[in-house]
Design a protein around this ligand. Structure first.
Ligand code: ASP
Length: 318
C-alpha cells in the first residue's frame, strides 16, 4: 500500500493513507486527498482559489482512473464547482462517458447535487489583474480591453507567464488488494484561452493507471503531454518489460521531438510500478515529490530524477 503525490498534495496525503489503513480503496483515497487540495485556497493551481483564464473565469480540469477496470472519468473547463475530481468520479460511475466539458460538465455537477459557488478568490483576482497588465508593454495595454472584446488570441502568450503558469496535483494510490488509482486536478495554465484543456483531463496524457503495470500522473506543459501521450507511455513502456525508471526516462525523452525549445519544456511526473514502488521525474532542477506508506508516521519527500531535455535533444542530433 502506498500513496504518491506532487508536493502540493502534502495537505491530502495523510488523509489518503488513513483511508488505505482502514481498508479503503485506492479510488476513495485519491479522490479524498485531491478534494483537500482543491479546497485549499492557498493553492492557486488547483480548485478553489485557482488562477483564472484570460477572461477572469476559473476553469477546472480533473480526471480519475481505476487501474482495476481501466474505467475513467474526467471533466474539463468546469466553472463554479470546487471539486472537479468528484464530478469526474461520478462521470466515471454514473454515465456511459469518460469526459464532460464546459456547460455540460456544470449541468451534471448540478444534477448530482453539488453546490455552485464563485471560485475566484480576491487574492487570485488581484494577481490576475496585475499579472495581465504587468506583462504587457505600456504601448500594448489597450490590448487588454480590446482582447476581452474581440481578440483574445493575441493575449495567449500571457498564459506562459512563468510566475503563475504551472501547477497541478497528482495522486496515485495502491490499496490493500493491489488496486491502483490515479487522480489529477488543476485550474490549468493561468490566463489560458477560455475553453483550453490541458493534459489533466485527458486520459493517457496527464493520467493513466493499469493494475497490471502501474500508473503515472503528469504536471507541466499540458499540450506536450497531450501530443506525446505521456502518462500512457509510462505505463505502456512498463508493459513492454522495461523497468519503472527506464519507462519514465523514455516517456520524457519522447517529448524532445514535440518541444520547440527542449531547454524550457516543463514536464514532471510521478509514477509507480505494479509492485507499488514510486518514482518522481522532472525536467526542472531541484523538484521533489512525496510518498507515504501506512507503516510511516509522516510522508517522505524525495528529489525527483532530473532529465535534461536539452542534452537529450543534442545527443539525438549527433
Ligand atoms: N499540466 C497542467 C496544464 O497544462 C498545468 C501544470 O501542471 O502546470 O493545464
Amino acid at each position: 500500500m502506498i500513496v504518491v503525490t506532487s508536493v502540493n498534495g502534502r495537505v491530502g496525503i495523510e488523509a489518503a493513507v488513513e483511508i488505505l489503513r482502514a481498508g479503503g480503496t485506492a479510488l476513495d483515497a485519491v479522490e479524498a486527498a485531491t478534494r483537500l487540495v482543491e479546497d485549499n485556497p492557498d493553492d492557486h493551481t488547483v480548485g478553489y482559489g485557482g488562477y483564472p483564464n484570460l477572461l477572469g473565469q476559473v476553469e477546472l480540469d480533473a480526471s480519475i482512473m481505476d487501474g482495476r477496470t481501466l474505467q475513467a472519468g474526467a471533466v474539463g473547463a468546469l466553472q463554479g464547482f470546487r471539486n472537479p475530481i468528484s464530478v469526474a468520479r461520478r462521470v466515471m460511475t454514473d454515465l456511459p462517458h469518460v469526459l464532460l466539458v464546459g456547460e455540460g460538465a456544470a449541468r451534471f455537477a448540478r444534477e448530482i447535487g453539488l453546490q455552485e459557488e464563485n471560485l475566484l478568490t480576491p487574492t487570485a483576482e488581484e494577481v490576475y489583474r496585475q499579472g495581465l497588465s504587468n506583462q504587457l508593454p505600456t504601448d500594448k495595454q489597450d490590448w487588454l480591453q480590446d482582447g476581452i472584446q474581440s481578440n483574445l488570441a493575441r493575449l495567449t502568450n500571457l498564459a506562459a507567464d512563468p510566475e503563475h503558469a504551472a501547477g497541478t496535483v497528482n495522486f496515485i494510490a495502491q490499496d490493500r488488494d493491489g488496486n491502483i488509482a490515479c487522480a489529477v486536478s488543476t485550474s490549468g495554465w493561468a490566463w489560458k484561452y477560455p475553453g483550453r484543456l490541458g493534459d489533466s483531463p485527458i486520459i493517457g496524457a496527464g493520467n493513466y493507471a493499469d493494475n497490471r503495470y502501474g500508473a503515472c500522473g503528469c504536471t507541466g506543459w499540458g499540450e506536450l503531454a497531450i501530443r506525446c501521450g505521456t502518462a500512457r507511455s509510462v505505463v505502456l513502456y512498463q508493459r513492454l518489460g522495461w523497468g519503472l525508471e527506464t519507462a519514465c526516462y523514455q516517456a520524457m525523452h519522447d517529448l524532445v521531438v514535440a518541444a520547440p525549445d527542449p531547454a524550457n519544456a516543463m514536464m514532471s511526473l510521478i509514477a509507480i510500478n505494479r509492485e507499488g514502488r514510486p518514482v518522481g521525474m522532472t525536467t526542472v532542477p531541484d523538484k521533489t515529490y512525496v510518498w507515504m506508506t501506512p507503516d510511516l508516521q509522516e510522508p517522505v519527500e524525495e528529489p525527483r530524477l532530473h532529465v535534461e531535455l536539452q542534452k537529450v535533444a543534442e545527443r539525438g542530433k549527433e
